[in-house]
Design a protein around this ligand. Structure first.
Ligand code: NDP
Length: 464
């Protein structure tokens, strides 16, 4: 019990240790949640020293406790007529600055701890976007891989039959994440509309013909590359001619590659959970169009890229290795865009050994705490996910605005707003890092800037 004993007033380091012990004790067996809380509260020490009110008002105790956790049964029939049962979740983490907002993830690895980590990250990320959005996240351990369209539809309808009572356009607005793209959002939206008899902007990532926004599919990848460009500008450098490693081959990866092509860089890798391809010639627009069709329409595996483009080398995942050979390829920039903890300390060391200049995170928390420390110590440009991948949710915010106004902006207009937001997110992180005594450390900059806005709103709104 001593781990959770309430401290009298203590210094920032002691308070942070207390919070970490408290979170571990209250949320056992949730290592990803512990990891993200560790990273954030560690960054906050200079803030806590300067502003004792946050400790006095127990802001860290409050911000690490979700406002609401919903867990539910999702029953559905598969194509054989057999009953299937999955578990559904929605974490409504924090609504201090706006309605809960964050994606839904469908992947067999989904559990409470992973969704709490994602919801916690989302609170700070949404705060950084400059838009009024609180943080949430949800999903299920359902695996869409290998399922027919009808099975996915029946699952989504069952999932929404419970979720609908907890969400709404002014309450909680889910979106896509791993395993949830246009198809799934369509089925979820259809069922919500049928149950509520309302056509509202309750989900983002909708189809263009029924309330979606241009550029939303591209936004996370484009935004991540805009952020990388801003980081490079601080060293009077650019993406022109840079060789880049991208992991994953889903939504974020695809549009990261596209924007890198626009800015004159060359991507040489893509991956999925079975392995990765290395194409030394670079993934040009024709090859990228093939990847989009392979992944979004044919729902195929990245291995097929190497069958089609014979110069590319395919390497299957080797689970016996304690590192990922994708991160051991010589390159200037790395854009991890698959999943959490995909870069461990050894991967970080390999990237640094090969002279990487920039790591910009497309996926959420792709770097372990040790890897993050290695990048910061080496003083390479390092864009932490909650800042660098904020373009997706920012554009969801723009989709919500268009839905409320009952109008659609042009592609150019949305892209210009996204670009402006990413410039502002970078500047905010950069300036905040400087102000709190760690210039260039965008991890601290993002955590502190994201925290201050939410914490001050919580103080203003009293003990709720
Ligand atoms: P997708 O489902 O479109 O693509 C995910 C990609 O990552 C697939 O290639 C998938 O391979 C691979 N992947 C997933 N899990 C694993 C794993 N455990 N090991 C190895 N590879 C894996 O998802 P998104 O592109 O939307 O999301 C990717 C990341 O970006 C996630 O961390 C997500 O939280 C984050 N993100 C997404 C946003 C968005 O707007 N979509 C916004 C902000 C962040 P396979 O097909 O084999 O599973």
């Amino acid at each position: 019990m001593s781990a959770v004993m309430e401290p009298l007033t203590c210094n920032a380091a002691e308070y942070v240790n207390h919070i970490l012990n408290l979170v571990k004790t209250k949320n056992p067996c949730e290592p990803e949640f512990h990891q993200t809380v560790h990273e954030v509260v560690d960054s906050l020490k200079p803030v806590l020293d300067r502003h004792p009110r946050y400790q006095k008002e127990k802001i860290l105790e409050r911000i690490t406790e979700p406002e609401r956790v919903i867990m539910f049964r999702v029953p559905w029939f598969d194509d054989k007529g057999d009953v299937q049962i999955n578990r559904g979740f929605r974490i409504e983490m924090n609504s201090a600055i706006g309605p809960y907002k964050g994606g839904l993830r469908l992947h067999p690895s989904v559990n409470l701890g992973i969704l709490k980590f994602l919801a916690f990250e989302q609170v700070f990320k949404n705060s950084l976007t400059t838009l009024p959005m609180g943080g949430g996240k949800g999903g299920s351990d359902f695996d869409p891989k290998g399922k027919s369209d009808n099975e996915v539809m029946r699952f989504c309808q069952s999932f929404m039959s419970e979720l609908e009572r907890h969400i709404g356009p002014d309450t909680d607005i889910p979106a896509g994440d791993i395993g949830v793209g246009g198809r799934e959002i369509g089925y979820l939206f259809g069922q919500y509309k049928r149950l509520r008899n309302e056509f509202t902007g309750v989900l983002t990532g909708k189809g263009l013909g029924w309330g979606g926004s241009l550029i939303r599919p591209e936004a996370t990848g484009y935004g991540c590359v805009y952020f990388a460009d801003e980081m490079l500008k601080t060293r009077k450098d650019s993406l022109e001619g840079k060789v880049c490693l991208v992991s994953g081959s889903g939504n974020v990866s695809q549009y990261t590659v596209e924007k890198l092509l626009d800015l004159g860089a060359k991507t040489v890798t893509l991956s999925d959970s079975d392995g990765f391809i290395y194409d030394a010639d670079g993934i040009d627009r024709e090859k990228l169009a093939y990847v989009l069709d392979l992944k979004n329409n044919c729902r195929g595996r990245i291995k097929e890229y190497a069958d089609k483009y014979r110069n590319a080398i395919y390497t299957p995942i080797n689970r016996k290795l304690d590192y990922n050979p994708l991160w051991d390829i010589k390159a200037d920039c790395a854009f991890p865009s698959a999943t959490q903890n995909e870069i461990n300390a050894k991967d970080a060391f390999n990237l640094l050994k090969n002279g990487v200049k920039l790591v910009c995170e497309g996926s959420n928390m792709p770097s372990s705490l040790e890897a993050t420390k290695a990048f910061i110590d080496a003083k390479v440009l390092y864009g932490p996910a909650k800042a660098s991948n904020a373009g997706g949710v920012a554009t969801s915010g723009l989709e919500m605005t268009q839905d409320s106004m009952r109008l659609s902006w042009t592609r150019e207009e949305v892209d210009a707003r996204l670009h402006k937001i990413m410039i502002a997110v970078h500047e905010n992180c950069y300036e905040t890092a400087k102000k709190y005594g760690t210039p260039g450390n965008l991890v601290n900059g993002a955590n502190i800037a994201g925290f201050l806005k939410v914490a001050d709103a919580m103080l203003d709104q009293g003990l709720v």
